[in-house]
Ligand binder design. Structure first.
Ligand code: GLC
Ligand code: CA
Length: 559
């Protein structure tokens, strides 16, 4: 049964996966819906609440499916619409929701709309795209894929005109000035919602409209249309969610929540590199600073927090100095860099240090927002920096130590991408089966952390207050919701640290550590002293003083 709370997205743990990379149900070397359905038990066991599926539409796959050739069907190698519906049913039966990518900004140049548009200036879909006789319009718009594209305009010899594209030159932007486009894309959305889908991760939303003399991002026209999308969802569909991909500074993301009438959720992009900076420099400042720049959002809205995803670890929202630092700290080998960012998975970024992997996950799971796990990161999968584009982090999931990591029975040379097989991260040792059996594996730790988080609404809904201890290697904060307060303490350093916390207002409270359910000394008059081993962390419940001697009081048993 699905959780019917209209604010379910505020408590949910998300899991991002590519159908193609997850599990191959018919042994042709490509993951598919039949395979994913077989693995839903695993996802339920892990405890995730909502799957985010990367694009599965027919596509020439020159941008891993973000180049859509047909918005209303499913690439044949992944299955049929029937399979998709079955996936939704099976996921819902297990209490999990499913959202997919909605790519509003552009299509593939193979889309029938573009194929027709380029044939003649009077073709019925000509005005679905943005054409120009010169490549000089909108010069203030930045180029996003700086390592592959020279301009946002590309000459089309068939159309005898330039077309506009914010991403690859095979991805023409849709023309949102055209009411037919605006209507068509709302219909696309309704088509999938009618199948029972629970919402969308809306790709690249800042770029829908263009205006001369602007940077062509975050324009008022764009917000107006996004609000229309939301209104049409609210009118006809219940409990669905819209998640914005707007890789922008928090003050520019804030308008995407509107007054609670635009997106339900948005990724917090700039926080992510600051988490990596914080742990590398053993300094909480970059993380706390980011929250100084993070405005309040409407009560029904939520941030989405993540460490890694299918793209490069983006450094677009960093200063030049911060970028240099990140490249120096995390990507000295130029092969690891893509665009303005680093194309590596979580475990290799953190030197395969289990303590650091736990630490950063612990932060992401306890700061305000809903966390997203990128498939494979729950077992510390490695990457392959020698594959092109961002494919190094998109390789098949490691299920077992068998051939092809148990992902497929196909001939290994048939796989859509090779499995990671190196000595450290290879599937022979890093796989789900092995980690399921090992009580103290990363996988079992992740599962436990998810379960603890899900017991306490305070993590998804509570207020945030940073403490300010003199030891700057310690990141400590309080979260509070209704009657519950939790204290989160993280040691960002590779050495043991002691910290004195000002917890005067909790005098008389007996803290309880949530992972081991062990009690800590009572909080007294003096600053509360904690010691933390390298990269260690505490999730501490601060029960109200009155219940401290009665562990079986109502309040206690409610957690
Ligand atoms: C988004 C996707 C990325 C894709 C781009 C263009 O940023 O996350 O993978 O390449 O949009 O569609
Ligand atoms: Ca297959």
């Amino acid at each position: 049964m699905l959780n019917q709370d209209p604010l379910w997205h505020k408590d949910a743990v998300f899991y991002e996966l590519h159908v193609r990379a997850f599990y191959d149900g018919n042994d042709d070397g490509i993951g598919d819906f039949a395979g994913l359905i077989q693995k839903l038990d695993y996802l339920e066991w892990l405890g995730v609440d909502c799957l985010w599926l990367l694009p599965f539409y027919p596509s020439p796959l020159r941008d891993d499916g973000y180049d859509v050739a047909d918005f209303r069907s499913i690439a044949s190698s992944y299955g049929t619409t029937e399979d998709f519906r079955r996936l939704l049913e099976e996921a819902h039966r297990r209490g999990m929701r499913v959202i997919v990518d909605l790519i509003l900004n552009h299509t593939s140049d193979q889309h029938a709309w573009f194929q027709a548009a380029r044939t003649s200036p009077v073709a019925p879909t000509r005005q679905y795209y943005v054409w120009s006789e010169t490549d000089q319009k909108y010069p203030r718009a930045r180029i996003i894929f700086v390592d592959t594209e020279k301009s946002n305009w590309t000459w089309d010899s068939e159309a005898q005109a330039y077309f506009w594209h914010r991403f690859f030159s095979h991805q023409p932007d849709l023309n949102y000035e055209n009411p037919e486009v605006r209507r068509a894309m709302i219909q696309v959305m309704e088509y999938w919602l009618d199948q029972g889908l629970d919402g969308f991760r809306c790709d690249a939303v800042p770029y829908l409209f263009e205006r001369e003399d602007t940077i062509c991002e975050n324009l008022p026209e764009t917000h107006r249309y996004l609000k229309e999308i939301r209104a049409s969802i609210d009118q006809r569909y219940k409990g669905r969610v819209l998640l914005a991909e707007a890789n922008q500074w928090p003050s520019d993301v804030r308008p995407y929540f509107g007054d609670g009438d635009e997106f339900h959720m948005a990724f917090h992009f700039p926080l992510m590199p600051r988490l990596f900076m914080g742990v590398r420099s053993e300094d909480r400042q970059p993380i706390i600073d980011m929250f100084k720049h993070t405005p309040e959002i409407p009560p029904a809205c939520q941030w989405c927090l993540f460490l890694r995803n299918h793209d490069e670890l983006t450094l677009e929202m960093c200063t030049g100095e911060e970028r240099d630092y990140m490249y120096y700290a995390y990507a000295r080998d130029p092969q690891m860099r893509r665009n303005i960012g680093i194309a590596r998975r979580l475990a290799p970024l953190l030197d395969n240090d289990r303590r650091k992997v736990e630490l950063l996950n612990s932060i992401v799971f306890t700061l305000p927002g809903s966390p997203i796990i990128y498939y494979g990161d729950e077992i510390g999968m490695g990457d392959n920096i020698h594959l092109g584009d961002r494919n190094g982090v998109r390789t098949p999931m490691h299920w077992t130590a068998d051939r092809n990591a148990g992902f497929s029975k196909a001939d290994p040379s048939q796989l859509f991408l090779p499995v990671v097989a190196d000595a450290v991260y290879g599937y022979q040792s890093v796989n789900i089966e092995a980690q399921k059996h090992a009580t103290h594996s990363l996988l079992n730790w992740m599962r436990r952390m998810i379960a603890i988080r899900k017991k306490h609404k305070v993590f998804g809904r509570g207020t945030l207050e940073f403490l300010n201890p003199t030891n700057e290697k310690i990141l400590a904060y309080l979260r509070a919701y209704e009657q519950q307060t939790v204290l989160l303490v993280h040691n960002l350093a590779e050495s043991s640290q002691a910290v004195e916390l000002d917890l005067g207002r909790f005098k008389g409270v007996v803290p309880e550590e949530l992972f081991g359910e062990s009690r800590f000394p009572v909080i007294g008059e003096r600053p509360y002293v904690l010691t933390l081993g390298p990269y260690s962390y505490y999730w501490i419940h601060l029960p109200a003083a009155r219940s401290r001697n009665s562990p079986y009081s109502m309040e206690w048993s409610a957690i």
